[in-house]
Design a protein around this ligand. Sequence first.
Ligand SMILES: [Zn+2]
Length: 287
Amino acid sequence: MTIPMNALTIDVEEYFHVSAFDGIHTAKDWPGYESRVEQTTSRLLERFSDAGAKATFFVLGWVAERHPGLIRSIRAQGHEIASHGYGHQVLTTLTPSQFRADIRRAKGIMEDILGEPVLGYRAPSFTIMEETVWALRILVEEGYLYDSSIFPVWHDRYGLHGANPYCHRLMTAAGPIWEIPPSTLPVRNMRLPVAGGGYFRLWPYRLLRRWLKIIESTGHPLVVYLHPWEIDPGQPRLNASALSRWRHYLNLHKTEGRLIQLLQDFRFGSIRETLAPILQLTQDQVA
Ligand SMILES: [Zn+2]
């Protein structure tokens, strides 16, 4: 029996880019913070190399601009580089033309660094929702082939409850785009987010493993996501609301150990690799 391949995704951003901290500073303050993205992303790369796993790295344009060597190094190790936009503004705060400028700038920076097309996009904080679904058409117009931003769950900050929870093709006025949602577990008429970020840090690993195996057994590849700052318990503490601090700092010291177990229990590749037959990619696009 062949072992199923799943998609592993990393949103490459600094600890201070997280949307929950938007209220305590602006982008002008970011250069004043200590940068930790190189060391944390390099540690993730080591863990992936140890396990023989590959991943898609959705890189923030702001980070790519300042760390082009990191982007080249991720790519040189056989991973996929995709776009997390440029300025990490949630889509509900952008006009369509501001959104277009943001994703165009990010794609351009990464394509200049790599000399090859960037095909995928993930919105800051999964903010393609009912009121921002217009963004999909602009992604098609700007040359993106797939999106991984629609989280089919209830949440106070993001989510599109009732959306198709598996990889599927969406039609926009500008043409089709593939949607690749993060994995969720069906519970009664809801879907429970379990496959990354705060949820990965919240639940005990044994429970998480059981849930992920249930999703995997449906025959749909898992789509798991993490951030480099989630394996960094030593990151500087920012003074946000109690709820935001709880979400951001919960179990940071446990994440790397859990990730090592996850990489032993499941087989992971990049989105291009895992979904190549569905996305109808050519051999050149997958490599
Ligand atoms: Zn992000």
